[in-house]
Design a protein around this ligand. Structure first.
Ligand code: DGI
Ligand code: FE
Ligand code: FE
Ligand code: FE
Length: 187
């Protein structure tokens, strides 16, 4: 499916506010890709699709994860994690995306994972710092993103993990492993 048609299909799946977030992620992912030597078109494609399933009713997301044999471990953790798995499935099976790296960038855009590729880091970070995001500390991470991709993703993961701890929530082990892996990469 071509880029414009995918954009139309994704846009139809979400309220206007979330589409504006997606446009922010697209812009930011392209800029990060150029800065860090990744293909801007692949970064943009992952960004376009990343939240496609965010507004599906949660039962439908859960059913998709069970029915299509996706990583069912997420079902035991926060429901916010589910749309990323489903988004990767939609990208492949409804939009015909065959680029495994793009599919992984969508799949891990929420959780992160140990050993993230450059593309995965870019999409994860773009989602965190796009211009529409407004939370304490985001400007520090935006500045860090200009300097060092891994340090910025690590700071973002610290922020997310701290947020989850403050809310008394459990943390998906893959997110902790993403952080451990980045610290090792930076040593
Ligand atoms: O879909 P978005 O709102 O654009 O962003 P996202 O897909 O990165 O979702 C982030 C939310 O997921 C954030 O509010 C924290 C929540 N969340 C819940 N449990 C976990 C988690 N995020 C991570 N990384 N790991 C978790 O275990
Ligand atoms: Fe998301
Ligand atoms: Fe994210
Ligand atoms: Fe997002």
């Amino acid at each position: 499916m071509d880029r414009q048609l995918i954009i139309e299909r994704v846009r139809a799946e979400m309220p206007e506010r979330r589409w504006r977030h997606t446009e922010g992620v697209m812009m930011t992912a392209i800029a990060l890709a150029k800065r860090y030597g990744e293909d801007p078109q692949r970064a943009e494609l992952a960004a376009i699709i990343h939240d496609v399933a965010k507004f599906w009713p949660i039962e439908r997301q859960g059913n998709a994860i069970r029915d299509y044999g996706l990583h069912h471990e997420v079902l035991g953790y926060d429901k916010e994690l589910w749309h990323a798995e489903v988004g990767a499935w939609v990208a492949e099976h409804e939009f015909g995306v065959t680029d495994a790296g793009v599919l992984a960038a969508i799949r891990y855009h929420t959780s992160g994972r140990r050993g993230m590729t450059k593309l995965e880091k870019i999409v994860w970070l773009a989602d965190y710092i796009e211009p529409g995001r407004d939370f304490p500390g985001v400007d520090t991470i935006r500045a860090l993103a200009e300097e060092h991709l891994e340090k910025a993703v690590l700071a973002g993961l610290d922020g997310t993990i701290g947020f989850l701890i403050a809310k008394g929530k459990r943390i998906y082990p893959m997110t902790l492993e993403a952080r451990n892996g980045l610290i090792e990469e930076l040593q």
